[in-house]
Ligand binder design. Structure first.
Ligand code: GDP
Ligand code: IMO
Ligand code: MG
Length: 429
């Protein structure tokens, strides 16, 4: 079972590091295949808490080789800051491999991200402001800067100048901003070249060889299914493919290698930024989930929007990603609620629908149809087997499993690495 994918099955922040931790002792390689420093992963190991943005959370596992593959966008300043911070805490990052084909986030991408969001006003997407969208836009427009361009200063200069022609015209004429000087951008990018050079590799080839040799390669998705640029709630999405298919195009590993697809779902739902969210709560229950679950963004610190579990979204994610196993996180956060509603279907214009609506407009209007489950008051944070859980918590899990489209193989009961109940060996297939 060499290639395993982990993806977020909701709108992100499901606790994807939990599944990585669970498999840690078996992992040889961990690959970030999409997104950039818009991700925010908080991982708790013993008394230590780590917040990672660009590096995959598997980097915290000793002996693992971390890879940032071609599907990502890299802010090199942030990369080095993150490496330095981890090194200062004794984490070895020396094995890190970076794809020569990954795209580079430059200062002008960050500027364009912030300026366009500001000018969208009420229609803003609520991006993380890290330059993600503009960098992917340049990639698709074929005016992007790749890591390998840093090693050819004259090509880099030409590419930066070409990319700035349109942007500077837009910044100065449309947005009334100062134009950005190509020379300054080039100088900044070149200042990173020597440090990144030894990390740069043909990551597609290395990963292929690792898989051939029977090594376990874990592909760690950033963001989530509902933020995927093709399958999410467009335009309120990120600009990459954060679904399982993105692991293939984003790394250069053929689709047939991916046999295990682990979807991470929270026992409730959260979302950061704008866009439709049918089960969103605006009452004290929403406040309860936010406070108890510490639902504040790792990257931007924004309060996360909170709501009940949405089974049609889980089913949709199971289907779009080919989920073989779900890891359900944060069950402990629900402790103390007398009743736990679960969205089982939607009502759209008076009709019941069991799937994600095809039209975004319908999704904006979709009203959740709830089924209520009895809550529990017992502390479940020490539970390590399914049998340790109170009957009502067991019933909640069994019901979610029946309506979510794949088996629930592990259950998170606290932030710590070992606060997890394993029901099925996900690597055994
Ligand atoms: P990611 O973006 O999917 O990596 O998730 P984040 O790190 O942004 O958010 C998940 C948060 O939930 C982190 O602070 C984790 O430490 C925490 N967490 C993960 N699993 C559990 C769990 O089972 N229970 C509780 N209470 N917290 C958890
Ligand atoms: P992790 O990996 C939650 C959201 C932003 C915004 C939209 C577009 O921690 O789950 P972008 O900056 O990517 O162009 O913003 O996507 N978003 C996330 N929300 N978790 C994330 O990552 C996110 N990455 C981006 O809030 O709505
Ligand atoms: Mg996060």
């Amino acid at each position: 079972m060499p290639a395993v994918v982990i993806i977020g099955a909701q709108w992100g922040d499901e606790g994807k590091g939990k599944a990585t931790d669970l498999l840690a002792e078996h992992i040889d390689y961990v690959v970030k295949f999409n997104g950039g420093n818009n991700a925010g992963h908080t991982v708790v190991i013993g008394n230590e808490k780590y917040a990672l943005h660009l590096l995959p959370s598997g980097i915290l596992t000793p002996g693992v080789t971390p890879v940032i593959s071609n599907g990502t966008v890299i802010d090199l300043g942030v990369l080095f800051e993150e490496i330095d911070a981890l090194n200062a805490r004794g984490i070895d990052t020396s094995r890190l491999r970076v794809s020569a084909n990954a795209h580079v986030i430059t200062p002008y991408h960050v500027t364009v991200d912030k300026v366009t969001e500001r000018f969208l006003g009420k229609r803003a997407i609520g991006t993380t402001g890290r330059g993600i969208g503009p960098t992917y836009a340049d990639k698709i427009n074929r005016v992007g800067i790749r890591v390998q361009d840093l090693f050819d200063p004259s090509i880099l200069q030409q590419k930066v100048e070409a990319a700035l022609v349109q942007k500077n015209s837009m910044l100065s004429k449309v947005y009334n901003r100062a134009a950005i000087k190509a020379d300054l951008v080039v100088a900044e990018l070149l200042s990173y070249a020597d440090r990144v050079r030894p990390m740069v590799a043909d990551t597609a080839l290395e990963l292929h060889q690792a898989i051939q040799a029977g090594k376990l390669v874990l592909f760690e998705g950033g963001q989530a299914t509902m933020l995927d640029v093709d399958h999410g709630t467009y335009p309120f999405v990120t600009s990459s493919n954060s679904t399982a298919g993105g692991a293939s195009t984003g790394s250069g590993i053929g689709p047939a290698e991916f046999k295990t697809v682990i979807g991470i779902v929270k026992a409730y739902t959260t979302r950061v930024g704008a866009g439709p969210f049918p089960t969103e709560l605006f009452d004290e229950n929403g406040e309860f989930l936010r406070a108890t679950g510490h639902e504040f963004g790792t990257t931007t610190g924004r309060p996360r929007r909170c709501g009940w579990y949405d089974a049609p979204i889980a089913r949709y994610s199971a289907r779009i990603n080919g989920v073989t196993d779900f890891v359900l996180t944060k069950l402990d956060v629900l402790t103390g609620l007398p009743e736990i509603p679960v969205c089982v279907a939607y009502e759209v214009d008076g009709k019941r629908i069991d799937e994600m609506p095809v039209n975004q407009t319908d999704f904006h209007h979709a009203k959740p149809i709830y089924q209520n489950f009895a809550g529990w008051t017992e502390d479940i944070s020490k539970a390590r087997t399914f049998a340790d859980l109170p009957k009502n918590a067991q019933d909640y899990i069994v019901a979610l499993e029946a309506m979510s489209g794949a088996r629930i193989s592990a259950i998170g009961v606290g932030p710590a690495r070992d606060a997890i109940i394993v029901r099925h060996d996900m690597l055994a297939g």
